[in-house]
Structures are given as structure tokens and as C-alpha cells.
Design a protein around this ligand. Structure first.
Ligand code: DQA
Length: 147
């Protein structure tokens, strides 16, 4: 009953960073809502933001032994660049949902390729911070329902 939320590079700047793309909520606003949502449903939530690829990779590897049942990840710019983070998440075989605040398909062409989407349970983009809440709701429902 443990879910991990991973936020990639520059998402610590949410609130002041390009609000036309990413909205006005800070990362703390988003994480606090997710914590409340998980707590209310009796799930354990762990949250990590990092600007460093290896920190995200090491946290993903830790899922092998910490009981994480599902990951919600916004890989941010690593979405479009990181074979290493992709390989980490493929390696631990923990199912994950990919989230983007902005609609990456309506932006620059280089944002339209993701190294994660073909491995993801599903992808949410363009719904702003609400996308994380929808992803968490889905993850909890999935874990509550026997496969
Ligand atoms: C993002 C989209 C990425 O293209 C970008 O590099 C980000 C954030 C999003 O949440 O919309 O940093 O993942």
C-alpha cells in the first residue's frame, strides 16, 4: 500500500517557473494535497524531487526492497533525454503512471517524444497539477482492486 511520487528536474521551481505552462501551485502545494489524498485512503506516500538523474535512479532502485507498489513520475526534462531513468524504472518492474503538467504535445517538437510512455500504465498530460491527483486516485484504485 505504498506509492512513490517522483518529480524530476526544475519542478522545485513550480509556482514561479513559466506559470503559463506549469500553473501557480508550488511543489509543496501539490505534494501536500497528494499526501492528504493518500492518507485519507489509508495509503503510504513517499515523495522525492531531484534535479539529479542519479538521485532519481537510486530512489527507483530502492523500490526493489522498500515495498513500493506503484510509482507516479513526472520525469520533467528527463522525459525527453534519459535512457538511464527509463532503464531504472524498467529494471525494477514497478508499474508507473507518467504525469506532465503541460500538454507536451502542444509544445516544441522535442517534447513530443518520451522515453517512458511505452512502458507506463498510462500517461496524463495537460491537466496541470490536477493530473497528479488523478494519477494518485487511479493508482490507489488499482492497488485496492485485486488484479
Ligand atoms: C514537464 C514537461 C517537460 O517537457 C518539461 O521539461 C518539464 C515539465 C511538465 O510537467 O509539463 O520540466 O514534464
Amino acid at each position: 500500500r505504498k506509492i512513490l511520487v517522483l518529480h524530476g528536474p526544475n519542478l522545485n521551481l513550480l509556482g514561479l517557473r513559466e506559470p503559463q505552462h506549469y500553473g501557480r501551485d508550488t511543489l509543496d502545494d501539490i505534494n501536500n494535497r497528494l499526501r492528504a489524498q493518500a492518507l485519507a485512503a489509508g495509503f503510504e506516500l513517499d515523495v522525492l524531487q531531484s534535479n539529479a538523474e542519479h538521485v532519481l535512479i537510486d530512489r527507483i532502485h530502492a523500490c526493489l526492497s522498500d515495498g513500493t507498489a506503484m510509482i507516479i513520475i513526472n520525469p520533467a526534462a528527463f522525459t525527453h533525454t534519459s535512457v538511464a531513468v527509463r532503464d531504472a524504472i524498467a529494471g525494477v518492474k514497478v508499474p508507473f503512471i507518467e504525469v506532465h503538467l503541460s500538454n507536451v504535445h502542444a509544445r516544441e517538437p522535442f517534447r513530443q517524444h518520451s522515453y517512458f510512455s511505452d512502458l507506463a500504465v498510462g500517461v496524463i498530460c495537460g491537466l496541470g497539477a490536477h493530473g497528479y491527483e488523478l494519477a494518485l486516485a487511479h493508482a490507489m484504485q488499482r492497488l485496492a482492486t485485486p488484479a
